[in-house]
Design a protein around this ligand. Structure first.
Ligand SMILES: [Zn+2]
Length: 682
């Protein structure tokens, strides 16, 4: 996760569609459509025939299909566009819901004399925060959304500014408080919280940093993995919290189907917090409306010897199930906005410079941060995880981080069963590393949100990186031209979810190079992620023999001006032939043919009181003449994932050796082996 926008998913009545009977659906022909198949052999058609098991059995002209399948019920799509269901290879479904429940603590400047730091406690006076600021009876107060860069700016600009820890202690002298940042890479904490997790001595935990001044006084700011311990202490996996996480996921699923998303990869995977249980429960109870090939987080502060058995225990890869946990999420570095992205060359500007513990005593130039400290550890860990059957999912944002991850993949024995591996975020990729993606078969996964390709963001990055490097941010087109398999994911809820908005954005970037056509881009949201998630034998294109995972769009986006693509709307979403979403008034009810009762059920879940920024939308099937075995009479809370963009991004790390001189290289090598053996034995 590299950014976060405030959003509010809860507070509405949600009635969910059960998928407990995926193998039972209507035999159906969708006709009078513009079908864009993403199958080069038959790129376009007007009709799709779907059998009772949800497989596509015909794609082509209506006259032909109706002859071949005379008993199938017919659904008139009235000229709408049909694409393969969207596949989002990197998002945070469980966290999206949980974050929305926390007290929102922004960093907006409200007036000339206002102070970002001094205003923090005021957010907790808001009625919403008073309702759910305290969690699970654990006695912690949690917030989310704070902008650490804005806080650092104030500390630098105003020498009388107080540290966040001082301000928080004044309002919360005894109650531990943690406020997660908007990027998912840092947090604020008061003294009680620091004491509770043992951070009050200021010693950096592995994979994280506790910021302090030259006197050793804590600022109340932690970065990267240091936030995990605080998060776990504040939100332990109690029964109540697990229930909240589950409802968070159900709420997220509701948003996904409204966006035509039928496959995801959840990149959170914080199994210490029992996030795996939410997914498995959703499938068991029949409410899972996406295929999910998810990741398990590899904790940098927990030795491999300790956590590998737990990771293996949670590994799952059953092709007959919707949910799998078959990827390992490995953070190589942090993010550019916190200057924790690992770079080949030093930062031009590091807002935290005087408050960090350098990575080594010889580290005069700040080139960013590495979660695992050295490439020996990273390589060994990658090999161990791959040997255990995990597909590798690296978080990289700086160019050196990308180089490190590529080296680690190179060190892993090739195994087609678990490939391709991938690098996600990829804000900077050095020229020399670009061809390696194609050579090693590594997928380059980008999130090109409007906020991350904006001129404003690029200007802010010029401060950190200088103009030359800032000009090369997010080289998705360049990687495509270099022969890499490129996927476009969302990083929701850090960034916007909407695949239609993503298409519009990558075709009209205000900074960097734009893709040339929808024909180039659509596979990056469908077939390419299907390949990445090892589903392309069954999904990713509208092809006979694959599942009918489909997104129906009200406008033909091929004939819209680029800047209007995001005005199109998803009207229907099918998962394995089942209609899991149908916007009210949407066209296309079955008119003739056989009926089939799929035995679906409904559930009503009433969420908490926080009715914030919500709009209720009625969603229902328009025709019940034929029972398709689906529940369409649903009321869902509408969130707008396309609004309120916040800046976000990250950068990467890479070969440590390439950044140190000869003497330092030997020292770094000793350090690597030492820290590697410590980590193994933890
Ligand atoms: Zn992410």
């Amino acid at each position: 996760m590299v950014g976060r926008q405030p959003n509010f998913l809860f507070g509405v009545l949600i009635v969910l569609t059960s998928t407990s009977s995926l193998l039972s659906t209507a035999q159906e022909i969708l006709y009078n459509a513009i079908v864009y198949t993403v199958d080069e052999r038959f790129p376009e058609a007007d009709s799709i025939a779907i059998d009772e098991a949800g497989f596509i059995v015909g794609v082509g002209a209506f006259a032909n299909l109706s002859d071949r399948f005379p008993t199938y019920q017919l659904t008139d799509l009235r000229g709408q566009l049909v694409l393969p269901g969207f596949q989002d290879a990197h998002l945070h479904a469980v966290e999206a819901g949980i974050n929305s429940q926390l007290c929102y603590v922004g960093s907006e400047v409200t007036g000339e004399d206002s102070s970002v730091i001094e205003d923090i406690p005021l957010y907790f006076d808001e009625p919403d925060c008073a309702d759910f600021g305290l969690f699970g009876g654990q006695g912690w107060v949690m917030g989310a959304g704070v902008d650490l860069a804005a806080i650092m700016e104030e500390l630098k600009a105003n020498e009388t500014a107080r540290y966040p820890i001082t301000v928080l202690d004044e309002s919360f002298p005894d109650t531990p408080v943690v406020i997660l940042d908007q990027y998912g890479h840092g947090a604020l904490a008061n003294t009680a919280a620091m004491v509770a997790v043992g951070y009050d001595n200021g010693v950096d935990p592995r994979g994280g940093q506790i910021l302090k001044d030259a006197n050793g006084t804590l600022l109340g700011i932690v970065t990267e993995n240091a936030q995990q311990k605080l998060r776990e202490a504040a939100f332990p996996p109690t029964d109540d919290n697990k229930e909240l996480a589950y409802k968070s996921l159900l709420s997220a699923l509701d948003t996904l189907k409204k966006n035509g998303v039928t496959t995801v990869s959840d990149a959170g995977g914080f199994w210490h917090q029992a996030q795996t249980e939410s997914w498995e429960r959703a499938e068991e109870e029949g409410y899972l409306t996406v295929r999910a090939s998810n990741s398990l987080y590899v904790y940098p502060d927990e030795g491999l010897g300790t956590q590998l058995p737990s990771l293996i225990q949670r590994f799952s890869n059953d092709p007959d199930k919707l949910v799998r946990f078959n990827q390992a999420k490995v953070y190589v570095d942090g993010i550019l906005s916190l200057a924790t992205a690992r770079l080949y060359e030093e930062y031009e500007f590091d807002p935290f410079q005087e408050y960090r513990t350098p990575l080594s005593s010889s580290d005069a130039e700040w080139t960013g941060f590495e979660y695992f400290g050295d490439n020996v550890t990273l390589n060994f860990m990658s090999q161990s995880l791959a040997n255990a059957g995990f597909q590798l999912h690296y978080h990289v944002t700086g160019d050196a981080a990308a180089g490190l991850a590529l080296s680690a993949i190179k060190s892993v024995q090739s195994n087609p069963e678990i490939e391709p591996h991938r690098l996600t975020h990829c804000y900077l990729i050095a020229e020399k590393d670009r061809p390696l993606f194609a050579e090693l078969g590594v997928v380059a996964d980008f999130q090109l949100a409007p906020s991350s390709v904006s001129e404003e963001y690029q200007q802010s990055m010029q401060d950190f990186l200088g103009n030359d490097r800032a000009d090369t941010l997010l080289p998705a087109v360049e990687m495509y031209e270099a022969g890499a398999t490129v996927t476009l994911s969302s990083d929701w809820d850090a960034d916007e979810l909407s695949p239609l908005l993503k298409m519009q954005t990558v075709l009209s970037r205000p900074t960097g190079r734009s893709f040339a056509s929808l024909e180039e881009v659509i596979p990056m949201l469908t077939l390419n992620p299907a390949k990445l998630l090892q589903h392309d034998d069954k999904t990713g294109s509208i092809t006979i023999g694959k599942y009918a995972d489909l997104a129906v769009i009200d406008k033909d986006i091929f004939n819209l001006p680029v800047n209007e693509i995001a005005t199109a709307e998803i009207t229907r979403t099918y998962l394995q032939g089942k209609l899991i979403y149908n916007v009210k008034g949407g066209v296309g009810s079955p008119t003739t043919g056989l009926s089939s009762n799929g035995g679906s059920t409904t559930a009503t879940i009433t969420e908490g009181e926080a009715e914030v920024d919500m709009e209720e939308v009625e969603v229902e099937e328009t025709d019940t003449e034929i029972d398709t075995g689906l529940n369409e009479n649903v009321t869902v809370g509408k969130t707008d994932p396309t609004s309120g963009a916040t800046t976000a991004e990250t950068a990467a790390s890479s070969s440590t050796q390439s950044t140190v001189s000869g003497a330092n290289r030997r020292w770094a090598s000793c350090f690597s082996i030492l820290s590697f053996s410590i980590w193994l034995t933890l």
